[in-house]
Design a protein around this ligand. Structure first.
Ligand SMILES: *Cc1c(COP(=O)(O)O)cnc(C)c1O
Ligand code: SF4
Length: 377
């Protein structure tokens, strides 16, 4: 009984995305700033799925969902800190589409396409620009690199959004990666369960299940993104045994308050998505209006730790400009350390001491000294 024109199919959702100012102005009461950005050729393409459009407040330009989907004039402003390749991925690109930065895992960017284009996208230099996915030949080159590098035990498939590919293409990628014996786990990074939940079909689930252990990181930024359709999609994924994690970008005016973040983390826990990372907003061109201070991020983590389930506290990271990788930024719980104890503060900012006997602060043997101790010396 499947009706191909039904709004419940993902292909219908993709075909009916809003991509022009004419279409958008019919359904959303646009501000001058939005009209201005849409009529100027802004940097990143616009595409809004009917599903995501449903979540947008049509009359309020302050709506946190709207700000992620509809460009504003601010996006045309470039600031001196902006970087074309904010996380330095180009320098760690070993073969086209494959980024190898850490010892045991690689990032495979399989496509430049996304279901919806996020206004804060960090890979806007690629995403939505040339609309392409890796060719069979480019994929083969990537598999060969991974085959030769026996230390790679984890492949993170990202993009763009890998779940924009059809089941067959995606399966071919998973099959090829699984055929490499030293690849122990495969991860998919996606925003599809949020912006195109209809893509999570029984057929996709059946296929994905064959490639366990498979993990999924889902990009969620606001509690209002947890729609009924997204809940269903996450239920199907979780029921199929895929451990789900979330990645959240800290965005000014969207989720930069402890209250919104707590709501988001609780909402995610309820749909079996374990909060994984909160990212400090990268330095992608035209996104400076989304950046918060680092203190904002630290305060958010402080407001979660101890106040709610430990599982609901993600790691706040800065992806270091220039290619340093993810650096965890944590509230400082250590007040001081000495030879015999550590003085620390707990979640309520009360002071506690843990006596630490036999800490070799003054050890002469360099080999037994931890790097932390060296710094303290
Ligand atoms: C984020 C990232 C990974 C994965 O990092 P995890 O901390 O293991 O999730 C791998 N490679 C690159 C280049 C990345 O940016
Ligand atoms: S889904 Fe990810 S890659 Fe795609 S536009 Fe949004 S942030 Fe960029």
């Amino acid at each position: 009984m499947s009706d191909v024109s039904s709004k419940n199919t993902w292909r219908w959702q993709l075909r009916n995305r809003i991509t022009t100012i004419e279409e958008l102005s019919k359904v959303v009461n646009l501000t001058g700033s939005e009209l201005n950005a849409l009529s100027t050729k802004s940097q990143l393409k616009m595409a809004i799925t009917p599903h995501f459009l449903k979540l947008i407040d049509k009359n309020d330009s302050n709506c946190p969902i709207r700000k992620q989907a509809v460009p504003t004039r601010a996006e045309l402003n470039f600031c001196e800190n902006d970087l074309f390749d904010p996380c330095g991925e180009e320098k760690d690109t070993v073969v086209y589409g494959l980024v190898h930065r850490y010892p045991d895992r690689v990032l495979l960017l399989v496509t430049n396409l996304c279901a919806m284009y996020c206004r804060h996208c960090t890979r806007r230099r690629l995403v939505g620009q040339r609309e392409t996915s890796l060719s069979q030949e480019q994929l083969e080159t990537a598999y060969n690199y991974i085959k030769k590098n026996k230390k790679v035990r984890d492949v993170l498939i990202s993009g763009g959004d890998p779940l924009i590919l059809c089941d067959n293409k995606l399966e071919l990628i998973l099959k090829n990666l699984r055929a490499i014996e030293h690849v122990k786990i495969v991860r998919i990074g996606t925003r599809v369960p949020v912006v195109l939940p209809q893509r999570i079909t029984p057929g996709l689930i059946k296929m994905l299940k064959k490639y366990h252990p498979l993990y999924m990181s889902i990009h969620f930024n606001h509690p209002a993104e947890i729609s009924q359709e997204t809940k269903t999609a996450c239920k199907m994924l979780a029921d199929s045994g895929i451990p789900l994690g979330s990645q959240t970008v800290l965005l000014k005016g969207i989720n930069d308050s402890p209250k919104v973040m707590l709501q988001l983390m609780h909402g995610l826990m309820e749909i079996r998505v374990r909060p994984y990372y909160i990212y400090q907003c990268d330095l992608a061109p035209g996104t400076s209006h989304f950046r918060t201070t680092i203190d904002t991020g630290i305060k958010i983590v402080e407001s979660l730790r101890g106040y709610t389930t430990g599982y609901a506290v993600p790691t706040y990271v800065i992806d270091a400009p220039g290619g340093g990788g993810k650096v965890p930024i944590s509230p400082d719980y250590i007040i001081s350390r000495s030879k015999n104890n550590i003085i620390m503060k707990n979640w309520k900012k009360e002071i506690y001491v843990y006596p630490e006997q036999g800490r070799k602060v003054y050890s002469e043997n360099k080999q037994t000294r931890s790097s932390r101790e060296e710094i303290l010396l």
